[in-house]
Design a protein around this ligand. Structure first.
Ligand SMILES: [Zn+2]
Length: 309
């Protein structure tokens, strides 16, 4: 209900065409004025949105540099403030790859404001800490993410969502967060996806909507099979976990399971959307050459997923 309330307020009425007349229970979107390739920014330039024409929605919450002095640094309990280096540059490489090779535009939301000031992969309170003046900035990012997911779902049978991050862990591999813990990925590896004592991992994972669309799929084949995103990226020189080559992290290893945006975008509110968080290692993205290779591999791997699943 909270989401519906703010979607129908203020500037967003103009941008998404949300109509209050239809009642608070109904979200109505009129995207007739949206143009594919259109770039939209908030007034301060903190957030950038690109309207796409391809069933991929990319979110980049932690790569920003803008750090206004008049806004406090976040210091509340649990606040992470480290920048995800080269993730905006990696998103640019991905946009270039789609434009040049496929003649397509993925939908994109990028935060250009520093994570010191706002964390766009957290719920509102934890995102802001005490910086209530950035409330609109948080809503701009997440309302547009919502709108892009709705828009893509109107146009395509399936949409892939990727939340793009960077990690500094010792093991050089992409960590694909699918909302499952290390031990849960271990169960998937051994073919257990829905048992009383472990719960329904099919429904817990960020692939739930794809599994609901086609119940004959197994989580194991989607995450560890020949056509899985991680398997494909590893084949192309970007070791990934989970994948056929590296099914799950070992107990005690550092691993990000996926955060707020992944949970949000792959919820049953968007029944045609599935996806994951990518935590990219340094080797995969710290030079322009590697970013170009990453972008090529990502686009090919997403194509395989969309085609095979
Ligand atoms: Zn991050």
């Amino acid at each position: 209900m909270k989401k519906i309330a703010y979607i129908c307020m203020g500037w967003l009425v103009i941008l998404t065409g949300c109509s209050k007349e239809d009642g608070p229970e109904t979200k109505v979107y009129n995207f007739s004025h949206w143009q594919e390739g259109q770039v939209i920014k908030d007034a301060q330039g903190y957030t950038e949105v690109v309207i796409g024409d391809y069933p991929l929605v990319l979110s980049v919450p932690h790569g920003g540099d803008i750090a206004p002095e008049h806004i406090l640094d976040r210091e509340c309990e649990g606040a992470e403030t480290v920048k995800d280096t080269y993730t905006v540059e990696l998103a640019r490489a991905i946009q270039d790859e789609y434009r040049i090779v496929y003649g397509k535009t993925p939908s994109v939301v990028i935060s250009h404001i520093s994570r010191m000031k706002i964390d766009q992969n957290r719920e509102l309170e934890g995102a802001l800490c005490d910086n209530v003046e950035l409330t609109d900035t948080w809503h701009f990012y997440h309302n547009y993410l919502d709108s892009l997911l709705q828009y893509s779902s109107q146009k395509f049978d399936k949409t892939v969502f990727i939340d793009l991050h960077a990690h500094g862990h010792a093991v050089q591999r992409l960590e694909l967060g699918v909302s499952l813990t290390i031990s849960e990925l271990g169960y998937v590896f051994t073919g257990h996806e829905n048992l009383a004592h472990i719960g329904n991992l099919r429904e817990k994972s960020s692939y739930r909507n794809l599994l609901r669309m086609n119940s004959s799929y197994t989580l194991r084949e989607l995450l560890l099979g020949d056509h899985a995103f991680g398997t494909s990226m590893a084949d192309k020189g970007f070791p990934s976990v989970p994948s056929k080559q590296d099914p799950h992290p070992m107990t005690g290893q550092s691993y990000f399971t996926g955060g707020y945006n992944t949970t949000f975008a792959t919820s049953t509110d968007y029944p045609k959307v599935y996806g994951f968080q990518i935590e990219a290692n340094g080797n995969s993205k710290n030079t322009a050459n590697r970013r170009a290779q990453f972008a090529k591999s990502l686009a090919e791997s997403v194509e395989i997923m969309l085609h095979e699943f």
